[in-house]
Ligand binder design. Structure first.
Ligand code: NG1
Ligand code: ZN
Length: 545
């Protein structure tokens, strides 16, 4: 193969440390940045093959999302902006772990299995986050693309969802929008202005939002976009990367897991605040009340707000479209209960990782999917979009139906349907609150969360834990599920499950119960069971109080 000579030369500049084995996890490869140069080069190769195979543009995003600054990672983006398919995740792992001398054989193997025509053109879009390691790692991706003769476009610093958006725009011949950062702002901001233009009784106070940018790429992009919001939203941006460290004591993951405000922001009682994560594909809202108590509005509350709003609009528009909410096992039990029993919408539970939620959401006319950690979006089927469009253009309907149809149409446009997007979700939530004249306190009061706790346990090999039933039950190691079942019985309204993380070398423990003390105690009891039955390392988990 003519290109192989170049691959061979170039790969020598991005050598794999012998013996290093990495897995394509929940969201691509993710580990300390020092171990990733060869992975990036090889993902450039793989993206080029994927592009040749699909005859479409493929995306490669260099980011480690909410992980610490020292880490980095890479995610591949398929033609419609979705995550790459499981078979290709397998190829990614195969290619990443081939020893230096076996690389060409590993490439050849994929080319043969997928019957790839090497003469086919290839196009790869590359983006990166603000980590100091991202510049050289994204160069390694570009080197991989050029080694196989592919064309690349380097978008430089973009959020993960912006790169997904570009890929989707490119492959739909711009039907989804223009494949530029300016095009992205234009589409989202115009839809936001249209949505909020009739919410005329919105006061300046209600238009104010405090944003924690996690010292990452999201902060940069909010700054770029701000002026196009035409004062319909007043943003006070903190943790903008000018001083603090990425994701350190700030950002959506910190706020969600610690259940407390980030450092580095100024919060006044009752004021609406939100946090992005390091690559701006997650968002979490919160406020403190007059007594200083912290209130978190996570992905479950966001899904509830959005699905309530959409359901009301569908009724007003007289549109018969099926709406479903997709969650994971981490969804608060109160949210599932409210959605199923009060709102009476279909609820589905999938494995952790947005690719699973995205897939499940595609089965409905309108699929609202959110992980509790704030990663999510809304998907509209083609048929649903067409019905909304037709109704919005119909001049023979009454004012109420017309208004609802137009709101639905602009709602479709403000949403980034390719993947969870903090900026797009923020604009949607802000628009909904403005349209409904709703305060964050009213939103929070829709239902009350069950107290919960998430913990991590270090074990020598987290793969000893295998799960079933959308990760809600452990099938191995022997005795672990029985131990969890009997511990859960000690507390009221309790639930707990464990699963190996796909992004960190830990086992995650989740517990919820009637009181915070019970949730904390149960999480600790279950952590101890994991430690004892699944090969814990380091000291035993300690009580939280
Ligand atoms: P892991 O580390 O597999 O639990 C975490 C999140 C996921 C997802 C990925 C990708 C939790 C409990 N897990 O996965 O939901 O967002 O990171 O970023 O929040
Ligand atoms: Zn992220």
């Amino acid at each position: 193969m003519p290109q192989f000579k170049e691959v061979s030369t170039q790969s020598g500049l991005h050598p794999k440390p012998a013996g290093l084995v990495l897995q394509y996890g929940t969201a691509g490869f993710r580990t300390n940045a020092k171990q990733l140069d060869h992975i990036m080069f090889r993902m450039g190769l793989l993206a080029t093959l994927r592009s040749k195979k699909t005859k479409a543009t493929i995306g490669v995003m260099v980011t480690a999302s909410h992980n610490p600054e020292e880490d980095n990672g890479v995610k591949l983006v398929d033609p419609m902006g979705e995550m790459v398919t499981p078979t290709w995740e397998g190829y990614a792992t195969q290619l990443a772990n081939a020893e230096q001398e076996d690389l060409l054989a590993a490439l050849q193997d994929i080319i043969e299995k997928e019957a790839i025509h090497m003469s086919q053109e290839a196009n790869v879009f590359v983006g990166k986050d603000t980590r100091s390691s991202s510049a050289s790692l994204s160069q390694a991706v570009l080197d991989g693309v050029s080694a196989l003769g592919g064309h690349s476009k380097d978008y430089g610093l973009v959020t993960t969802p912006q790169l997904h958006y570009m890929v989707c725009c490119q492959n739909t011949q711009c039907k989804y929008g223009e494949a530029t950062v300016e095009g992205y702002y234009k589409k989202l901001c115009q839809a936001f202005i249209q949505l909020t233009k009739n919410a005329s009784n919105c006061t300046d106070d209600q238009k104010h939002l405090t944003v924690d940018g996690a010292n990452g790429i999201g902060a940069l992009k909010v700054r770029e976009m701000e002026s196009q919001l035409k004062k319909e939203l007043h943003i006070s941006l903190f943790n903008d990367g000018s001083e603090g460290k990425l994701n350190h004591q700030c950002g959506a993951d910190f706020v969600k897991v610690q259940q407390k405000p980030p450092t580095g922001i100024k919060m006044n009682p009752g004021e609406r605040c939100c946090s992005f994560d390091g690559d701006a594909d997650r968002i979490i809202y919160y406020y403190t009340d007059s007594e200083g108590k912290f209130h978190l509005l996570d992905g479950d509350k966001i899904a509830t707000l959005i699905s309530t709003y959409l359901k009301e609009l569908l009724t007003q528009a007289g549109l018969d479209l099926e709406i479903a909410v997709v969650q994971t096992a981490y969804a608060n039990g109160s949210s599932t209960n409210y959605l199923e029993n009060t709102m009476k919408v279909i609820v589905r539970c999938t494995k952790t990782g947005v690719k699973h939620l995205h897939h499940a959401a595609q089965e409905f006319d309108i699929g609202v999917y959110f992980e509790a950690n704030g990663h999510g979006t809304v998907l509209f089927s083609k048929a649903a979009e067409e019905k909304i469009q037709q109704l919005a253009e119909n001049s023979n309907i009454n004012d109420e139906r017309k208004r609802a149809a137009l709101l639905l149409q602009n709602t479709v446009n403000v949403i980034n349907q390719t993947v969870g997007d903090a900026i797009s979700d923020m604009l949607l939530i802000e628009a909904i609150l403005a349209i409904k004249g709703m305060t964050i306190q009213q939103w929070d009061a829709i239902y009350s969360d069950l107290p919960n706790r998430q913990l991590k346990v270090k074990v020598s090999d987290r793969r000893v834990i295998d799960t079933t039933d959308a990760e809600r039950r452990a099938v191995s190691p022997a005795g672990l599920q029985e131990a969890i079942d009997s511990l859960v019985k000690n507390y009221r309204e309790a639930r707990s499950f464990v699963r190996p993380s796909g992004t960190e070398d830990v086992v995650r423990v989740y517990a919820e119960a009637e009181t915070q003390e019970s949730a904390d105690a149960l999480a600790r009891d279950v952590s101890l069971a994991v430690y004892r039955l699944a090969g814990g390392v380091g000291g035993e988990p300690k009580p939280l109080h």
